[in-house]
Design a protein around this ligand. Structure first.
Ligand SMILES: [Fe+2]
Length: 405
């Protein structure tokens, strides 16, 4: 049992911390009162951050109109966030916020939009270039540098996908196109003040994006629950996220007029990001990140391809780890009677992804075998690898990639 206690995957843990400070407003018909709610966070003149696709749906106009409810006025609308948030967009958002005299940020969009607004807020408040803030816990603090993080401008998020959980998370991922990497910025001050979860925002979401982002949320719940960073507080979030995802993901994708399913998926996504403070997850994410940075594979799609292999590998790492996968499998309706949980849960997730219309192999999204050495280097260096329940070797990571080619 020494291995189990070394990993601290059960029992009373030696140490953990947990935060979930975002004020969440969830329900129907909330977009008309964005100003009333955001005023309570001190916002008067927010810069609205979105992308061209979301703006074309008319959703941004509804949100901007809703600002008047609290006597707020939009400082402007930045609608040019690219599909992968990048350093250029982040710098442009911060510059526009300064130019227009904004005092806060209102992000309306998916993970790229929200992450861009979060890092732009850091640049807006503290100056510098986006990549200057790479890393965790590096934002300016009071006292001798060990005090409270200096406050950023108020930021509210209206997620338009049910997946990343960025509306309630500690970190943001930004792409540096020249360096061909995605880097992370994470600190407590980056956690949005307010998240507005209204299923109207996902009414026009294409099925392929609802599927990919939904499986990303599923991966956050499973990897958060099985991470070395697990905590009793986090377990409460992860396990209820799994219940909601089990009951609502397929409905939300296949019957998009099902408001209940879409609303519950928004809630599930915001719960699923909470289990680990820094959003440090596990190797499904380590394997997926370089697929995005090097080969432009959408995050949720890459996660969906890699998650079953990661589950099977991790669950074979010891009884204490397998016990956690059994908990997750039970909530997802996996019948592992007479079988190891790893293969059973992996098969369940793979067939779920297939039923949602997602690709299940890397070659289907343009990643060839020759790419593996660079992918392995990226995955081994990823922060999520450090908190994975098993410590993988480079050879094992390469084998995992080959298993999903
Ligand atoms: Fe993710």
């Amino acid at each position: 049992m020494a291995a189990a206690s070394d990993r601290q995957m059960a029992g009373f843990k030696d140490f953990y911390q947990f935060v979930a400070p975002t004020r969440v407003i969830a329900g129907r018909d909330l977009l008309g009162s964005t100003g009333f709610e955001f005023a309570k966070e001190g916002a008067r003149r927010p810069l609205v951050v979105t992308d061209a696709g979301i703006r074309a749906t008319g959703l941004v106009d509804r949100v901007v109109d809703g600002l008047a409810d609290g006597g707020l006025e939009a400082a402007g609308v930045f609608d040019a966030v690219p599909p992968d948030s990048d350093t250029g967009a982040v710098a442009a958002i911060a510059a526009l916020a300064r130019e227009r005299g904004a005092d806060s940020f209102l992000a309306v969009g998916g993970g790229s939009v929200i992450d861009s607004a979060k890092v732009a807020n850091v640049v807006f408040t503290h100056g510098g270039a986006p990549r200057d803030w790479e890393g965790y816990h590096g934002l300016p603090r009071g006292g001798d540098g060990t005090g409270a993080p200096l406050a950023l401008a108020p930021l509210a998020a209206v997620p338009t996908t049910a997946g990343t959980g960025s509306e309630a998370s500690f970190a943001a991922v930004v792409r540096d196109r020249e360096a061909r990497v995605k880097f992370q910025v994470g600190d407590f001050a980056l956690i949005p003040r307010l998240a507005i979860l209204d299923p109207e925002t996902t009414a026009t979401l294409p099925a392929a994006i609802a599927a990919a982002t939904g499986v990303d949320a599923l991966a956050h719940a499973i990897e958060g629950y099985t991470s070395r960073e697990w905590s009793a507080h986090g377990d409460a979030y992860a396990l209820h996220a799994l219940r909601l995802i089990a009951a609502n993901l397929e409905r939300a994708v296949h019957t998009p007029d099902d408001v209940t399913a879409r609303g519950n998926m928004l809630i599930a996504a915001s719960l699923a990001i909470a289990p680990t403070v820094a959003g440090a997850l596990g190797i499904a994410h380590s394997l997926a990140h370089p697929c995005g940075a090097l080969h432009d594979v959408a995050h949720g799609v890459a996660v969906a391809i890699c998650l079953p292999a990661a589950i099977e590998y991790n669950a074979a790492g010891g009884e204490d780890i397998a016990a956690r996968y059994r908990d997750a499998g039970a909530l997802l309706g996996v019948d592992a009677e007479g079988e190891e949980i790893g293969p059973a849960l992996a098969r369940h997730v793979r067939s779920l992804a297939e039923s949602l219309g997602l690709p299940t192999r890397l070659t289907a999204v343009g990643v060839a075998e020759s790419a593996i050495p660079d992918l392995v280097a990226g995955a081994m260096g990823d922060a999520c690898t450090l908190v994975n329940p098993r410590e993988p070797s480079a050879a094992q990571i390469a084998a995992l990639y080959r298993s999903v080619l």
